[in-house]
Structure formats: structure tokens, C-alpha cells
Design a protein around this ligand. Structure first.
Ligand SMILES: *Cc1c(COP(=O)(O)O)cnc(C)c1O
Length: 428
């Protein structure tokens, strides 16, 4: 018996049916008191200093604003390897990178478990996605399935790193290299992947796309970054983004510009610059919180992390978990997960279901060309996974203990009632 399960299940007989009194969904006190959690981006009054610095600069725009240039330099230094150019969003960064490599072929191989915004730029670039299933142990692209698709017509492989996991997939990278296919890494959720993470080495890639949006590690509003060693790709940013530029002094007009105006927001850049100086600590606390939480819930039946929370190089944006419905007495499909999420949410735990469908079903122009049944791992994960968000500082171990207590309370009720818990929930 674990320490959290005691006293939480107080059953009483009333009118012949049992009522679970303690569960918050059934009217009990939520385990996590309201106001106890600080939601990301964890605003602080010192952020006003960052905003004031922009006001004091007397300039609110320009791609080469000194604050933006400093941020690019600081981030490049933090990576220890790459060149960096700030743009308007992570989506813009992916678009610019795909646009740069589009001459290599029309097809872009990517995972069916993906963020719609990551895949949208494939179409914006006039290219076609070619979806493959994910590896259950990564929630990232299945590297053998990807390599099977490589061939004439494939210009790029877009490797999406979700939830803070690192998708190393070395075999897919070398297979792509061997065929002249560009490797692009969407690390919008995994900022740590721009450092040396593969046994002390950097991931083998042509370009990384990072987001600085308010929900990500840099929590800066609207911002993104093109990250690469390729000087020409850095230059290409202006070709896609700007119709004219005075980056290097005199204003020049570019007749071939796509004119998307993917300029970085200077206020966001200033916030990002401030946060970058604390990024190591933030990552350390996120990893630590994830590890603490997992240690406290790992003995519950039928629950698994999507990646190893004790990996010291992951970036733990939110803590992704999945359940085995059968281990909890449920049939396959999303019912068990949906039930658990409702119960945990009522306890005040910030859990969310991230996506419910393979990415192509969110993209009306291509949805009809693909069938979910062809991507069994993707469907299985989408039916059984959920994320615990708010594991960033200033939330500390005490908050993780509350989350864990709520998990134990819910699991105790699950083991008592099994799938019937859904009936009890609907009659209350
Ligand atoms: C957030 C995100 C993006 C897009 O970044 P924005 O800055 O919001 O445009 C792309 N891919 C993934 C995986 C993301 O999480």
C-alpha cells in the first residue's frame, strides 16, 4: 500500500448504490487547491524590465535591433555550435527551412503523430507530406519506416520532437544524408535539442526550427528561430521574410522576396533574452519535477511515460504519459484515458489531451489521402496519452506531490470500480 492511498476512499451506502465521496468529480475537495499552481509562462514583474529596455531603445521594430541581435548571439553561444536568426514564429522557421531545401524534391517525410502547425508549412512551401508511423518508445518518427520512404522525389525529412523529448533517430539521419535528403528538426518543444545531446555530440541535421511562443520554454510571446550551420540558409531568411531590408545599412529591395514579413517581435525578443539567462535552471527544474512525479506514480498499474524522465538531456515541456486501458479493465479506445483525464482535472491536476487524431485529419486539403488505420502506433498513442502540464518553476516538488496524490486517489477509485466508474460519474 502506498502512502497516498490511505483515507481517500470513503464509501457510503445510500439508497442501495455506492457513492465515492472523496473524488473531486463526485463532490469532494480537489486534491490540488486552486491557486496552488503557477501556470506557464509564469509571469514576473522583472519581465517589465525587459519590456522597458525596448521602450528605452526608442525602436520597436527592425530585424537588426540590438536586442534581437544580442538574443541571436546569446542563443548561438548557448548552443555552442549553431548560427541563429530570429523570425516571427516557429512555424515561420519551418516554412523558411523547407523553402530553402525545396529544390531537393517535392515530398517531405514526417510523422503522422504531429503538430498541425508543424506540417502546415509543407503545403505553404508547395510540397507534399509523406506520413509514416511513430515509434512507440519515442512518440517520434519511426526511423526504419522513414528510411523505407527515402528515394527520388523526397526532398526532406521533418523530424518533430514532441513534449521535450529528443528524437535522435541516427539511422534515419544517415540514410537521409546518403540520399541527399535534407534533415530538418522541429525542436519547438525541445529547446535542449539544439545543444550536444547525442552522447556528447550534436544531432546530425541541416536545420532546426525553434519556437519562442508563450507556451514554450522561452515563453516570450510570438517568436521563432532558424538554427543551422549553413550561412546561406541564414541569408535565405530575408528572402522569404522581407521585401526590403536595411539589415546591412542602406535599405535594399529584394525583387525575389516572398514577402512573408516573418520579423521577430522586439518585445518578445527582450523577454526571451532575459529568460535565456535562466534557461539551464528552468530545464533542470522541469526535468527534476518530471522525475519526482514519475517516481511517485510509477507503481500505479497500466501507466507509462512516453519517454524516460530520467534522461538528463530531455527538455520536459509537459510530462506525457500513456495508459494501457486493458490493465485497468477497460477495452481499447480512448474511453479509459478520457475518464482518467476528467477525474484528474476535477482534482485540480493540469492534465490535457493534446491531440486526438493523426495530423492529416486536421488538414482539410490532404485528409482524404490518408487513413488513420495505416498508423497503428499513432492511433494507439492518440487514444491513450495525456500530458501533465505546469511542471515548470516556480512549481516545485510540493506541487508534484499534490499531483501524485491526485493520481493515487484516482487509481484507487479505478481499482475499486473499474470501467463502471464512468457510470458513477454520469449519475452524479
Ligand atoms: C509550437 C510548435 C510549433 C509552432 O511554433 P509557433 O511559434 O507557435 O509558430 C511547431 N511545431 C511544434 C511541434 C510546436 O510545438
Amino acid at each position: 500500500m502506498n502512502e497516498f492511498a490511505s483515507n481517500n476512499l470513503d464509501l457510503c451506502e445510500s439508497g442501495g448504490h455506492q457513492r465515492e465521496r472523496d473524488l473531486a468529480l463526485l463532490g469532494g475537495e480537489p486534491t490540488v487547491p486552486s491557486g496552488r499552481i503557477t501556470p506557464w509562462p509564469a509571469t514576473q514583474t522583472e519581465h517589465l524590465d525587459a519590456l522597458r529596455e525596448v521602450v528605452d531603445s526608442g525602436k520597436y521594430h527592425r530585424v537588426n535591433h540590438p536586442i534581437v541581435a544580442d538574443l541571436e548571439q546569446d542563443l548561438a553561444t548557448w548552443t555552442g555550435k549553431w548560427k541563429v536568426r530570429a523570425v516571427g514564429s516557429g512555424t515561420a522557421a519551418i516554412h523558411i527551412e523547407l523553402d530553402y531545401f525545396k529544390g531537393r524534391g517535392e515530398q517531405v517525410v514526417t510523422a503522422a503523430l504531429n503538430w498541425p502547425g508543424a506540417v502546415g508549412p509543407i503545403a505553404i512551401s508547395g510540397l507534399q507530406p509523406d506520413f509514416v508511423d511513430v515509434d512507440m518508445n519515442l512518440a517520434g518518427i519511426d526511423q526504419d519506416a522513414a528510411a523505407d520512404r527515402f528515394g527520388p522525389g523526397v526532398g526532406a525529412v521533418l523530424i518533430t520532437h514532441l513534449f521535450g523529448n529528443n528524437i535522435r533517430v541516427p539511422d534515419a539521419r544517415s540514410a537521409a544524408r546518403a540520399e541527399g535528403i535534407a534533415v530538418i528538426d522541429d525542436v519547438c518543444q525541445s529547446i535542449g535539442a539544439i545543444k550536444a545531446i547525442a552522447n556528447g555530440a550534436y544531432i546530425d541535421t541541416d536545420a532546426l526550427a525553434l519556437s519562442g511562443n508563450g507556451a514554450k520554454h522561452l515563453g516570450a510571446g510570438e517568436l521563432g528561430f532558424v538554427i543551422t550551420e549553413d550561412k546561406d540558409l541564414i541569408e535565405h531568411v530575408d528572402c522569404v521574410s522581407l521585401t526590403s531590408s536595411s539589415r546591412n545599412g542602406d535599405r535594399t529591395f529584394s525583387p525575389s522576396s516572398a514577402g512573408y514579413n516573418y520579423r521577430p517581435n522586439v518585445f518578445s525578443s527582450s523577454i526571451a533574452k532575459m529568460r535565456l539567462s535562466n534557461l539551464e535552471t528552468q530545464l533542470q527544474i522541469r526535468r527534476n519535477n518530471g522525475k519526482i512525479l514519475w517516481e511517485m506514480i510509477r507503481d500505479l498499474s497500466g501507466i507509462f511515460p512516453l519517454f524516460d524522465p530520467s534522461d538528463c538531456n530531455q527538455s520536459m515541456l509537459s510530462f506525457p504519459l500513456r495508459i494501457e486501458p486493458e490493465a485497468l479493465g477497460f477495452g481499447p479506445g480512448p474511453t479509459a484515458r478520457d475518464t482518467i483525464v476528467k477525474l484528474l482535472q476535477a482534482e485540480g491536476v493540469p492534465v490535457l489531451i493534446w491531440l486526438r487524431k493523426p495530423v492529416f485529419e486536421y488538414l482539410p486539403n490532404i485528409a482524404k489521402d490518408w487513413k488513420a488505420a495505416d498508423f497503428p502506433n499513432t492511433v494507439k498513442l492518440l487514444d491513450t496519452m495525456f500530458c501533465v502540464s505546469e511542471i515548470a518553476p516556480p512549481n516545485e516538488a510540493g506541487v508534484m506531490e499534490l499531483y501524485a496524490e491526485a493520481f493515487h486517489r484516482v487509481w484507487t477509485a479505478l481499482s475499486k470500480f473499474g470501467p463502471k466508474i464512468s457510470d458513477i460519474m454520469t449519475t452524479v
